[in-house]
Design a protein around this ligand. Sequence first.
Ligand code: LLP
Length: 424
Amino acid sequence: MAPISKHLLPMNSSVDTDGALRIAGLRIDALAAEYGTPLFVYDEDHIRSNCRALVAEFGVDNVVYASKAFLCKAMAALVHKEGLMLDVASGGELFVALAAGVPANRCVLHGNNKSDRELIEAIEAGVHHIVVDSFDELARLEAIHATGLPAARIQLRVTPGVHVHTHEFVATGQDDSKFGFNLTNGDAARAVALCKESKSVELLGLHCHIGSQVFAADNFTAAAKAMVEFFAPLGLEELTLGGGLGVAYLNHEPTPTYSQWGSALKEATRNLPSSARVIVEPGRSLVAATAVTIYSVGTVKNISGIRKYISVDGGMSDNPRPIMYGSGYEAFDPMRVDADRPDNARIVGKHCESGDIVILDASIPANVKVGDLMVTPVTGAYGYSMASNYNKIGRPAVVFVSNGNARLVVRREEYEDLVRLDIG
Ligand code: LLP
């Protein structure tokens, strides 16, 4: 198998004369020695460059970063500085954004089952708007308004009845979905009518998000067209068309571009009046390829006639995507980036289950041995954000690298952190 394809590596990656990987000028072995492994390394300027490309494609104020993909204070501050708004899908995500200094009016609250507390906190903080997901939520906003809080500025989440080509767990645009108001059965129209009557909400616009890791431009076009048809006669200001753009995880996969995505959406929305703002909400495509995870190899077990198992010092606790969605990744030795990968192995983690798989059937360089570093690229989205403490393994550290400098933005969890919630 060929060496790792460079399109999977962060933008500011380079290879030293001895074959070692550098990101933003820093050697991976030096980062591993300084911060330990597993370690998430983000190419900060790659994130910035993606933010700028999005703003250039969709316009300033029309890009909302779906912070569930990766959120910490440094990340919130960075995207805010680049002019993006933040989609926060819980009171916790809103808390982190505010703690990072993001003004509430640059945040959008999401969620299919927001608590009263989350709604009240969002209204009191003054979020830009709340994306309302159900009739029950509208009733709750009514009750909250009755206690004296201002009317909530809202968009209504609509399920446009579009099936996308992706894993069923991350498809959200089809009629059978827990998210949003159904367009096909008339719920969406009923919700709009309710809002227009109501004093407890100010309806700014509509929202849809059809799913994640979507490659097919025609899926985006179909959803956008259905939304435009519903939206146009209503005279509302804002139409959010979600995130969902797919990224390449494997050597042979192409990377869809923002301009391809933008063209699909622009084509579908071109007849809207210029007063209507078309907003996008990318998560994965903004951060996935900007980061890699560095692991250390701890054991190499060759079961003759069966397979080789290579165990690394992390696993499902820092990347649950393989076990949740059967997601595929590549792996390579960062000390010999350009080496062919003729060997095969199952790369597994250190957790107490057989499903703890990093890569089911990995192509790796010859003679991988205990103590080697191993890197999986494209781990910047839904990796750290879905990390857990399973087996009381502390979550990894996260560093941002830029121009030859590294800064620790999330420290590694230590043993003491594992009992900080325990009482007695
Ligand atoms: N907007 C809404 C309302 C969303 O629910 C999501 C993602 C996004 C935007 C951003 O979608 P993206 O651009 O990242 O595809 N954990 C799964 C992905 C779950 C996506 C959840 N919602 C995974 O690891 O594949």
